[in-house]
Design a protein around this ligand. Structure first.
Ligand code: SF4
Length: 182
């Protein structure tokens, strides 16, 4: 437990934005959701991993998505905002440009590895006819955003939809699970 407050998270983000000539998103609801997501992640992992991405819980592995992530600067340069749209450039801040949708820049391999590391194995033991042999199934939940249809595999829905920026409450669980072991 770090005991960090949302105000502290906000001050830190504001100071960082100022240093780099960025702004925090002008969307007040989005801002609060993202700051709260950062606070919760810092409580959970001991570091503020990106609220729009799945962290593995391993500091070294998650280093690239600790906010501000490695991808922020190229994203703001190319799209006017970071992936979560917490940091935006002047044009977006002054609403000259709409809040853009920013594609994921984190390599797929890292996303996949974070997923396999972060998902705690859900072990279901089945007795075989021979008796005693066990089968392990990894069956994460599937969440979808009711606003845009974005789907994600994880135990909990994300704080913010990375595509349409809907809040966590907009996610619903699909009642189908995926067995990664086939
Ligand atoms: S995408 Fe934005 S909010 Fe997420 S870690 Fe990067 S800079 Fe922070």
């Amino acid at each position: 437990m770090t005991g960090i407050t949302i105000e502290q998270v906000q001050k830190r983000a504001e100071a960082d934005a100022k240093t780099y000539g960025y702004y925090l998103t002008p969307n007040a609801d989005l801002l609060q959701g993202l700051l709260d997501g950062l606070r919760i992640n810092e409580e959970r992992y001991g570091y503020p991993s990106c609220p729009c991405r799945l962290a593995s819980g391993n500091f070294d592995f998650d280093r690239d998505i600790i906010c501000p992530c490695d991808y922020r600067d190229p994203d703001v340069l190319e799209f006017g905002a970071c992936y979560c749209r917490l940091y935006v450039n002047k044009n977006v801040y002054e609403s000259k440009d709409e809040l853009p949708t920013v594609p994921e820049r984190r390599p797929l391999q890292k996303q996949a590895r974070a997923f396999s590391t972060a998902v705690p194995p859900k072990e279901e033991k089945h007795d075989t006819a021979a008796g005693g042999e066990q089968m392990v199934e990894i069956m994460p939940k599937v969440w979808y955003c009711k606003q845009c249809g974005y789907m994600v595999f994880r135990d909990e829905p994300p704080y913010i939809c990375p595509i349409c920026k809907a809040k966590k409450e907009f996610f619903a669980e699909m009642k189908t699970r995926v067995n990664f072991l086939g």
